[in-house]
Design a protein around this ligand. Structure first.
Ligand code: SAH
Length: 245
């Protein structure tokens, strides 16, 4: 289960924090670190010293230009956020997230991304809207923002606790339907938006949060591959009927 969990850091600006994240991950048995457009060097004296012996995670880390690429193969993406946002999204506590992990990680081809934001500005709304759910670490409401590595530590600890309790539990029933990956969902959202514009249901000049609301709906539904094929087929037929393939 732990090998299916990826820690994704977006736009990190301090090498020391990346090192601290590597240490927190290795302490808890996580190894998959992805960096999206880091705003600093990854391998520095600072990052290596904060990693305290977990610097192999820094050398192995994958670097991506965009969040989409970093989570393309993931079946569940959860964004960690210190603040609540305008459009309410499914919210989890770290423990609720961890409780879901054994099941999530059981399906063939499953991969879970835990996405963390910038030290100065967190995650953007667009980034949060690419996540199935948001996780908030309950904190003092007047001082809610943890250091990046500390936030990773809390979630990594909960992942480890869930993994440990799974070791004693009876095996869960097998799941055979594969969920769609993030990349397949993004292609669906592009197709959906194109179709909605073609049939003049959606005006990109007046978006009224339509695509964000539809994203929330489909992300909540957790479509399987076969269901996604049906949805894509419906869009193609709609485009054809509207004479705008
Ligand atoms: N100043 C930023 C917070 C940056 S902290 C803001 O106001 O949004 C860096 C990252 O650590 C955040 O983007 C988030 O992913 C994580 N983080 C910090 N505190 C958190 C909390 N209480 N709950 C969940 N994630 C948190």
């Amino acid at each position: 289960m732990l090998e299916r969990i990826r820690i994704v850091l977006i736009g990190t600006s301090h090498p020391g924090n990346i090192g601290g994240v590597a240490r927190a991950m290795h302490n808890m048995g996580l190894a998959d670190l992805a960096l999206v457009a880091p705003r600093c060097e990854v391998i520095t004296q600072d990052s290596i010293s904060r990693a305290s012996g977990a610097d192999h995670l820094l050398h192995q880390a994958s670097v991506y230009a965009t969040l989409e690429e970093a989570v393309a193969d993931c079946t569940l993406a959860v964004g960690a956020s210190a603040r609540s946002r305008t459009l309410p999204w499914p919210m989890l506590t770290p423990r609720e997230l961890a409780d879901r992990l054994p099941n999530e990680c059981q399906a063939a081809g499953s991969r879970v991304a835990l996405v963390f934001g910038r030290e100065d500005s967190g995650l953007t709304n667009a980034e949060l809207q690419r996540c199935h759910a948001h996780v908030h670490i309950p904190t003092n409401a007047d001082f809610s923002s943890l250091n990046l590595a500390a936030a990773v530590q809390v979630l990594a600890y909960e992942c480890r606790m869930a993994w440990l309790s799974q070791q004693d539990a009876a095996p869960a029933p097998a799941v055979d339907d594969e969920l769609v990956t993030h990349e397949e969902l993004e292609r669906y959202f592009e197709h959906l938006e194109r179709t909605l514009i073609a049939i003049e249901f959606h005006d990109p000049a007046q978006p009224r949060q339509l695509m964000a609301r539809l994203r929330r709906l489909y992300l909540r539904a957790r479509p399987e591959k076969m269901e996604m094929n049906i949805l894509r087929g419906i869009l193609s037929a709609t485009e054809k009927a509207a004479g705008k393939p």
